[in-house]
Write a protein that binds this ligand. Structure first.
Ligand code: IPD
Ligand code: CA
Ligand code: CA
Ligand code: CA
Length: 287
């Protein structure tokens, strides 16, 4: 794709995200009406749906042939399919639980993917005015200032970020806790912001060194992955190799060395011997 086409896409999505950000910001401290999705902690609000519609309608009006993978569109249980066509991957509110509680860490996360490669990534937390952006090959930015990952290589010096996940079933939480406990014992510190996109963006900023999570979706990490890569970081599959965009798991790190150390200490390393479909089935059982 040409640079002018890339810039046109970028201008359009920036305007739409600013508009959508105003809606989130104006409602952050209000009481929300919530609906439950797969469980009583898997939530959606009217704002999630409204923001996703605003973004999709705005893009469709200019590019009627573009495709979309939006969280609130795809939550019917189908496994989303990514084609080579220009596709917008949208998480309208990443950190809905935070948004519901007015905890000021939720963000709009949007990536534009062409031929399965991310070309634009934007993560915007309108409540705290934090905007992370990247265009392929042009670096990563935080509120228009260029950013770089920390470059940390050792887990013992690293601030590690992950989440507890969205399941509260005993067997599943046991596996998550075992994994976290093992890594927390080695890492310098441990954090959870409650938004995968902001967790990843913080790695790009150099404010944390590594993020990993099992059970997340393409809309949680696609924009963040481009931003980390453009900030000089390294993203991979926890089982090794390139990230499979539909496999629902990712490591975003400040260096390959750090990602490798986490992989070695990950108690779900059993996955490394599996093919991607078996892996997917396993992750689905864990989340
Ligand atoms: C969730 C958040 C959370 C992560 C979950 C995601 P949502 O996204 O990013 O931090 O642990 O895996 O599903 O549902 O708030 O958009
Ligand atoms: Ca959700
Ligand atoms: Ca999300
Ligand atoms: Ca969401």
């Amino acid at each position: 794709m040409s640079n002018s086409e890339l810039n046109e896409y970028y201008e359009l999505i920036s305007q739409l995200i600013d508009e959508a950000g105003k809606i989130i910001e104006s409602r952050n401290s209000e009481r929300k009406t919530i609906e439950q999705k797969s469980s009583d902690i898997d939530l959606v609000t009217e704002t999630d749906q409204q923001v996703e519609k605003l973004l999709i309608d705005g893009i469709k009006a200019k590019y009627p042939n573009h495709k979309f993978i939006g969280e609130e569109d795809s939550s019917s249980g189908k496994r989303a399919v990514l084609t080579d066509d220009p596709t917008w991957i949208i998480d309208p509110v990443d950190g809905t639980m935070n948004f519901v509680h007015s905890f000021p860490h939720s963000a709009i996360s949007v990536a534009c993917v062409v031929e399965k490669q991310a070309v634009i990534g934007i993560i915007y937390n309108p409540v705290l005015g934090q905007k992370f952006t990247a265009r392929r090959g042009q670096g990563a930015f935080y509120n228009d200032q260029q950013i770089k990952v920390s470059g940390e290589k050792n887990l013992s010096n690293a601030l590690l970020v992950t989440e507890f996940g969205t399941s509260r079933e005993e067997e599943k939480t046991k596996v998550v806790l075992e994994n976290i406990t093992k890594l927390v014992k080695i890492a310098h510190g441990f954090r959870s912001l409650g938004s995968a996109a902001l967790n990843i963006a913080t790695v790009a900023l150099g404010g944390a060194d590594l993020y990993y999570e099992y059970g997340i979706h393409i809309w949680d990490f696609m924009a963040g992955m481009l931003i980390v890569n453009e900030a000089g970081g390294y993203c991979c599959d926890p089982a090794g190799g390139e990230v499979d965009l539909m496999s629902r798991r990712v490591i975003c790190a400040s260096s390959k060395e750090l990602a490798d150390e986490v992989k070695q200490n990950d108690s779900k390393a059993q996955m490394s011997d599996m093919n991607i479909d078996d892996c997917y089935e396993l992750v689905m059982k864990l989340v």
